[in-house]
Design a protein around this ligand. Sequence first.
Ligand SMILES: [Mg+2]
Length: 245
Amino acid sequence: MPFNISGILAAFQSVIHPRLLIPNMIVKDIRCLDFRAFSQAGFKRVVIDKDNCLTLPHDDSIIPELKVSWDELKLEFDPSNILIVSNSAGSSQDAAGLAAESINCNLGVPVLRHTGMKPSHEIVHHIRHYFACTSHPIIDSKYLLVIGDRVFTDVVLANRLGAFSVLVSRDWTRTIKGRFIYIAEQAAVKMARKRLSQPQEPVSQFLKTTKINPSKVVLNYSGSTWTWVGRALGWGHNTGKSPKN
Ligand SMILES: [Mg+2]
């Protein structure tokens, strides 16, 4: 994995702008998301990370447990409105574009070809340019949903785009490194949240709470507090109660 200078710079920038690190939602994985609700709420486009969100690292096939949800996402938004943005496939690491082609073939969704690394402003420009050049260009990023598993890359990227960000917390690789990164990033989010005074809008309407095991849902940021909506790590303010909906 090459040195991600843009991710490191984002960490420093977040000291001044902590909101960069705050996702709109944190869920276990994409099975927790009600994509029809997103579509009905007016979202038009989706940017999604590959590794640990759809596939295992260095793998081109959908994680079997996620296939139904992935198909739901494609059904609701159409593959032409979904873009996979990865720091591996389609990046300068994938100079010949073989990984991007393979993922495009296996998952049925285009992979952004880019230089630089998430969350650089270069990638922000690439994504805006990609969607602006489609047959139905939508420039307003409030219609854009960004899903990823890393705070300092995916969440920062989403916030730089002005998009709605979803952080998925499940580490499918179950590695010590992955666990360490998760704990460090959650601590960073917690510290950033403590520094914020502006509340965010409730987002529980996008959770698939009625169709899945609630233990798959982690946390839902509603107003100025984190609400317990399932088995979760014990940080932030949780009520210890299940949501009413
Ligand atoms: Mg990832």
